[in-house]
Design a protein around this ligand. Structure first.
Ligand SMILES: [Zn+2]
Length: 183
C-alpha cells in the first residue's frame, strides 16, 4: 500500500498521517450514501442533452448550467475536444439513451493552449513509443470550438445534429460566450 500523502490536496482538512486523497473521497462517499435516497430515475437524461466539456477543475458544469441530477450526459476530457471516443459516447447517448442536443464547452486559460503536437514527440523520446492519439492542442479557442461543432455535426453516427452549440466558459467571470459556427 502506498504511504504517500497529498498534503496540498487536503484544504482545510486535518492532516491525518498516511491518509491519501482517495481515502478522503471514499470517506466522503460514506457520508453521501448515508443521506442518499434512491431518486428512482431512469438512465435517460431528462433534458435529452449531452454536455461535452474540458476536464478543467474550475468548471462546475452542473452549477454553471443549472443542471440537476439526471438532467444530462456529461462527457469530459482534456480540452473538451471531440475525439473518436467523444463520438463513441455521443453515439451511445443519442441512439441508446435518447439525447438530442449537444452543448460543447471550452474555456479561457485551457492547458491545451500551452501544449503543441511536439508533446507526442517528446513522449516518444522519453518512453520510446509515440502515442496513437493526437494531443489536440490548440492556439485559438474560438476556432477549436468551431472545429468541435463541425466534428459533431458531420459525424455519420449521430442521428441528431440540428441542435449543436458551442461556447467558451470564462473561468474568471463564470459566463459562457457563444461561438458562431461561421468564423
Ligand atoms: Zn481546459
Amino acid at each position: 500500500m502506498s504511504t504517500s500523502t497529498y498534503g496540498s490536496a487536503q484544504p482545510g482538512g486535518s492532516a491525518a498521517g498516511g491518509e491519501t486523497v482517495i481515502d478522503r473521497l471514499v470517506e466522503s462517499n460514506r457520508k453521501y450514501a448515508a443521506g442518499f435516497d434512491d431518486p428512482g430515475m431512469g438512465a435517460q437524461p431528462v433534458l435529452q442533452v449531452a454536455v461535452v466539456a474540458c476536464m478543467d477543475a474550475r468548471i462546475d458544469l452542473h452549477a454553471a448550467l443549472g443542471l440537476e441530477l439526471g438532467d444530462c450526459h456529461t462527457i469530459r476530457n482534456a480540452g473538451g475536444v471531440v475525439t473518436d471516443d467523444t463520438i463513441r459516447s455521443l453515439t451511445i447517448s443519442q441512439r441508446a439513451l435518447k439525447t438530442r442536443s449537444v452543448i460543447l464547452i471550452h474555456h479561457t486559460g485551457c492547458g491545451l493552449q500551452t501544449l503543441t503536437e511536439d508533446f507526442r514527440h517528446e513522449l516518444e523520446m522519453e518512453v520510446g513509443q509515440r502515442p496513437a492519439w493526437a494531443v489536440e492542442a490548440f492556439q485559438d479557442v474560438d476556432q477549436d470550438v468551431r472545429q468541435s461543432m463541425q466534428r459533431v455535426r458531420t459525424s455519420p453516427f449521430l442521428p441528431h445534429t440540428d441542435d449543436i452549440r458551442g461556447f467558451v466558459f470564462d473561468v474568471t467571470t463564470g459566463l459562457l460566450r457563444e461561438i458562431d459556427p461561421q468564423p
